[in-house]
Design a protein around this ligand. Structure first.
Ligand code: SAM
Length: 221
């Protein structure tokens, strides 16, 4: 079995309990952080949701009426099933074109460009080397006025106790996802540097959960 199949099966095993587990640790913060920028976004956008998981972000995007077309990519069949269960009827009601693709994001290509690309708690599951390749491709997949919405874990430098807690929490989460999903990631990369090295400019950001969760909006420079 390839590593990709291992990862997909691991996340499928987690798919029915994922939201409950995430709420147990973070309350609503994992979802709130992903939803934060939606109210500021306007128009009928072509959207890529990478690592869609159980589909709560998709549901909120449909509710906010900011999409004409949404492409959901996830490595896990189980996660995509959960997403489809949650969303099939509401997208139909709003006549949004919805596409579900079971694939590692590393291998995903689309000829048409996107207005918005979301990475919600996905890039912490991917090696720094692959993130560089993904972001380089993302640059070509984004419309010139397009935006990236990135949401993930962050290690705040202050206060000291929060920094220690954040490091411990991220370590435990990575151990957990390595044990079940074999993601092969040992430490959180410096996401800020990876984005700026690829020529993305930070437009806005908001921290959640004592600064341990961050959501950022990036644009092309
Ligand atoms: C930590 S979960 C986050 C799920 C969802 N975004 C959320 O925040 O509720 C990571 C998601 O990314 C998917 N995933 C992990 N590695 C992936 C990859 N290389 N390509 C595409 N999806 C991936 C997993 O199947 C899972 O649905």
């Amino acid at each position: 079995m390839s590593n990709e199949q291992d990862i997909g099966r691991g996340f499928s095993r987690l798919s029915t309990s994922y939201i409950m587990l995430s709420k147990l640790v973070f309350g609503n913060a994992l979802l709130d952080s992903q939803f934060y920028f939606l109210k500021q976004l306007k128009g009928r956008n072509r959207i890529l949701l990478a690592g869609i998981g159980t589909g709560h972000l998709l549901k909120e995007i449909i509710k906010q009426d900011i999409a004409s077309e949404i492409v959901c990519v996830d490595i896990s069949e189980g996660m995509l099933e959960q997403t489809q269960k949650l969303n099939s009827s509401c997208a139909f009601q709003k006549s949004i074109s919805l596409q579900y693709i079971c694939s590692p994001i590393q291998g995903f290509v689309d000829e048409k460009k996107f207005d918005l690309i979301f990475f919600p708690y996905l890039l912490d599951c991917i090696s720094a080397k692959d993130i560089i390749t993904i972001l380089a491709r993302t640059k070509r997949q984004l419309n010139p006025s397009g935006k990236i919405i990135f949401t993930d874990f962050y290690i705040p430098q202050q206060p000291f106790l929060v920094k220690i807690y954040a490091r411990l929490l991220v370590k435990i989460l990575l151990l957990f996802f390595n044990a079940i999903c074999k993601i092969g990631v040992k430490k959180l990369p410096d996401f800020d540097s990876l984005f700026s090295a690829q020529g993305f400019q930070l437009v806005a950001e908001k921290k959640f959960y004592r600064g341990i969760l961050v959501t950022q909006m990036y644009a092309l420079q």
